[in-house]
Design a protein around this ligand. Structure first.
Ligand SMILES: NC(=O)C1=CN([C@@H]2O[C@H](COP(=O)(O)OP(=O)(O)OC[C@H]3O[C@@H](n4cnc5c(N)ncnc54)[C@H](OP(=O)(O)O)[C@@H]3O)[C@@H](O)[C@H]2O)C=CC1
Ligand SMILES: Nc1nc(=O)c2c([nH]1)NC[C@@H]1CN(c3ccc(C(=O)N[C@@H](CCC(=O)O)C(=O)O)cc3)C=[N+]21
Ligand SMILES: [Mg+2]
Length: 298
């Protein structure tokens, strides 16, 4: 049987270690590293995720502030809020939950976040830093994928990896991280020809398409490691809701190991967000004088 890589257990361990580091920071600086989470609109899934992020902040001793706006919030209002959060010395991390309502240009909003507070790692500066391997804040889901993968497969050099999906928040950054670790990476999208054959060659499959059950057992090479990022809402025969990944989990017994959904990448995404909030707070405290916003306004 394939081994189950538990995101729940790994995230708990990560958070236990984080709690000590957060306490050290808070003692040294007289304030807790603090996350500002911005929720626009009334998407039920987004609400649940933001609530979960705030709850987990509390667990490790991070401060958190939730900013809610209605679905009719204007782009200007949101940009004004981000400007305030950028300047607020008590805020170390800013997360704008995606997706945003259609009247708001997401790219404009992400560009407005101070890169040092960009705990999602979505700002072009952090994207550029990731692609050049020069530091910066790393996106949470891709970081969580790498931690789970490396817990099973510590040596990634020379491995072949197929990434299904090329989004800015999962596919592209995870591909860059794999490349950085020495994998040979194939990044796929909906136009990819013969995806099953590409997968069959792979030592590692990262599935991030958002298609329930896309990856079948016969796409998986014996001994491969599978990271399932997909979150797909389904209604079971009993009428109850639930989530499944992009991989047909019942068919991959011949894999070496896999991450389940739920309980895999999801909990790691949140743990990595908390880690990034601490990292951002440390970096801001280490270099306060080079921040234009502090010098000019506070
Ligand atoms: N566990 C977690 O923490 C997180 C989970 N997710 C989940 O991961 C999944 C992906 O998220 P995200 O990247 O934001 O999604 P997007 O919809 O932005 O991107 C999906 C990508 O998959 C590609 N794709 C879709 N269908 C196929 C297919 N049949 N064959 C090959 N490629 C395909 C798309 O191709 P193209 O570009 O050509 O359209 C696109 O590049 C979703 O289920 C999402 O809910 C997301 C973030 C965090
Ligand atoms: N700015 C921004 N940053 C994000 O990181 C971001 C976002 N917007 N928009 C949406 C996606 C999705 N995402 C998830 C986080 C946690 C779980 C998670 O905790 N999942 C649990 C439970 C899921 C459930 O039961 O619904 C699990 O997989 O076990 C899932 C998905 C973060 N995202
Ligand atoms: Mg994220």
């Amino acid at each position: 049987m394939a081994r189950l890589i538990s995101g729940t257990a790994t995230a708990e361990r990560l958070m236990a270690g984080l709690a000590t580091d957060v306490a050290d920071f808070s003692r040294a600086h007289g304030m807790a590293p603090t996350l500002a989470a911005v929720l626009v609109g009334d998407d039920p899934a987004s609400r649940i995720y933001v609530r979960r992020k705030i709850e987990q902040c509390r667990k490790v001793g991070l401060g958190s502030i939730e900013h809610r706006h209605g679905a009719d919030c204007s782009e200007a209002e949101l940009l004004a809020l981000i400007d305030r959060l950028n300047r607020d010395p008590k805020v170390h991390g800013i997360l704008v939950q995606l997706p945003l309502p259609p009247q708001i240009d997401s790219a404009k909003v992400l560009d407005a976040i101070d890169p040092m507070k960009d705990v999602d790692g979505f700002h072009p500066v952090n994207v550029g830093r990731l692609s050049t391997g020069t530091g910066g804040l790393i996106p949470c889901t891709p970081m969580g994928c790498m931690m789970l993968l490396q817990s099973e497969l510590p040596e990634l050099r020379g491995k072949s990896a197929v990434v299904i999906g090329k989004s800015n928040i999962v596919g592209k950054p995870v591909a860059l991280l794999l490349l950085e670790q020495g994998c040979t990476v194939t990044v796929c999208n909906r136009h990819t020809v013969n995806l099953p054959d590409l997968c069959r060659q792979a030592d590692i499959i990262v599935a991030a398409a958002g298609r329930a059950g896309l990856v079948r057992g016969d796409w998986v090479k014996p001994g491969a490691v599978i990271i399932d990022v997909g979150i797909n809402r389904i209604v079971g025969p009993d009428g109850k809701g639930g989530i499944v990944g992009d991989v047909t989990a019942e068919e991959i017994g011949h894999a070496a190991a896999f991450t389940p959904v739920p309980g895999g990448v999801g909990p790691m995404t949140i743990a990595c967000l908390l880690l990034n909030t601490l990292q951002a707070a440390r970096a801001l405290r280490a270099a306060p004088d080079i921040r234009i916003s502090d010098a000019a306004y506070s």
